[in-house]
Design a protein around this ligand. Structure first.
Ligand code: F0G
Length: 460
């Protein structure tokens, strides 16, 4: 059916993990038991798992060798110093604080920096950054360019912050209410779109003028750097490592989930320049995560990250990675399936409200699509829409919805082959041809924060 070319993988398969096909009847029963929440489906019953690109990478032989080299000393382990060097080599900040994953870095940062009623601007906050801010009664503010919310506009850097909106926001709310400004690269909640270096520099200058600390949420920095190399004038001849260094030179620090562009299954870190802030963060870390030379990680995890950070910047890897995701997007787009354009770095985002126009937003079309895709194919993808980012207004009792209603097909790094991606595309195309049969859903039970993980639903 498909004859699209993509670059040949710059690696070969050394270890395999079997995946099992289930029947439609088995999947129907599993869905019922799961409260129609695909987070509750056992992975053993998932055929192609595009739930997330986080912590799902295949590690290399060098990373596995690093696992054996891990120094498990409580304090001052060799593995920490290798990790610190690998992070500093790219990020260039003075302090490197390991954490067990990205959200732990966020929690520690906001514990120390955020007071109730403070505002934190970002291009678009990911759900964990938003959750960590709102749990402390702060306000997470999204100031992305308007084009990001139009899934049909073709633009090279749709993850950019709207600089005019940022200036106005600082002017209106006053910098004393803004403990820091963040920027998510790539912008996961807005189609996985990159931010340009030009935009990073502008935001950095504004922050400098107003003496506001500027932090990157750097989970997918290598993919963002690769897009800069390919799309931004003046960077064609630079290496992705050089571009990454220019990125981080704009900021005061970064939070990082190494589960994405660290190419590992667990791990993260906080890295920054300010000595006084670093000391406070380390004290907080000791109480909750561990001693500052291991955070919440084993020495072997630190080894795997050190090695992964080197591999993720290899350009043949990035060329294949970005092309693989784009390939899945092209298969869908050319068959008429509505997707967010252009295709982002780590995922293809299906426009669920356009895919299922007969299902109103308050019947959660994105969620219904995730359930139906699993039912017909065993493919698991995640809703990024009304359940993940919507909420019930406590005063009116009405559901409020985010601008976009998406189903994200996140592609794990170095895991799936072309034929597996074709299987996914075929399932979605078939579903699109029979879309009128898909029904909306209603909420049966939900949690006050990050409800998508635990919500129970029912088909209408
Ligand atoms: N920031 C962004 C932009 C993310 O995408 C994630 C995680 C985090 C922070 C938190 O990192 O999971 O290590 O605690 N994103 C995953 C996803 C869960 O599926 O997109 P974490």
């Amino acid at each position: 059916m498909f004859d699209k070319k993509i670059p040949v993988e710059p690696y070969r398969i050394k270890v395999i993990e079997s995946v099992k096909k289930t029947t439609k009847k088995e999947r129907e029963e599993l869905l019922q038991k799961a409260g129609y929440n695909i987070f509750n489906i056992p992975s053993e019953s998932v055929f192609v798992d595009l739930l997330t690109d986080s912590g799902t990478s295949a590690m290399s032989d060098s990373q596995w060798a690093g696992i054996m080299r891990g120094d498990e000393a409580y304090a001052g382990a060799r593995s920490y110093f290798r990790f610190e060097e690998a992070v500093k080599n790219i990020f260039g900040f003075n302090h490197v604080i390991p954490t067990h994953q990205g959200r732990a870095a966020e929690r520690i940062l906001f514990d120390v920096m955020l007071d109730a009623d403070d505002y934190v601007p970002n291009n678009i906050h990911f759900d964990t950054t938003r959750g960590n801010i709102e749990v402390r009664r702060g306000h997470a503010v999204d100031l992305v360019v308007d084009e990001a919310l139009d899934p049909e506009v073709e633009m090279p850097f749709k993850g950019n912050m709207d600089v005019a909106k940022l200036k106005k926001f600082i002017h209106d709310f006053g910098h004393s209410k803004i403990p820091l400004v963040m920027m998510t690269i790539t912008n996961n909640s807005g189609g996985g779109q990159p931010v340009s270096l030009e935009n990073m520099r502008l935001v950095s200058q504004i922050c400098l003028q107003h003496r506001l600390p500027f932090f990157f949420d750097a989970c997918r920095f290598a993919e963002n750097a690769y897009f800069i190399k390919k799309r931004e004038a003046g960077y064609e001849q630079k290496s992705v490592l050089e571009i990454a260094r220019e990125i981080f030179a704009c900021a005061d620090g970064a939070t990082m989930s190494a589960k994405k562009d660290g190419l590992v299954n667990i791990g993260g870190f906080l890295t920054l320049n300010n000595d006084i802030l670093a000391e406070k963060l380390k004290n907080n870390l000791i109480v909750s995560e561990g001693f500052p030379t291991y955070g919440g990680l084993a020495g072997r995890d630190l080894e795997a990250i050190s090695c992964g950070l080197g591999e993720v910047l290899q350009e043949d890897y990035l060329e294949h990675r970005i092309a693989q995701v784009d390939y899945l997007g092209r298969l869908l787009h050319e068959s008429g399936v509505p997707i967010y354009r252009p295709v982002g770095g780590h995922a293809v985002y299906v426009l669920a409200d356009k895919f299922l126009p007969h299902i109103p937003r308050d019947q959660f079309p994105g969620w219904a699509l995730s359930v139906e895709l699993y039912r017909i194919s065993g493919v698991r993808a995640v809703e990024i829409g009304g359940i993940m980012f919507g909420k019930k207004n406590p005063e009116t009792g009405e559901e409020e919805f985010p601008p976009l209603e998406l189903l994200r097909l996140a592609v794990p790094r170095r895991v799936y082959t072309v034929s597996q991606l074709q299987y996914v595309a075929e399932a979605l195309i078939k579903l699109y041809q029979n879309r009128e049969a898909v029904k909306g859903m209603r909420i049966v039970h939900q949690a006050p924060y990050m409800r998508h993980f635990t919500v129970r639903m029912e088909p209408l």
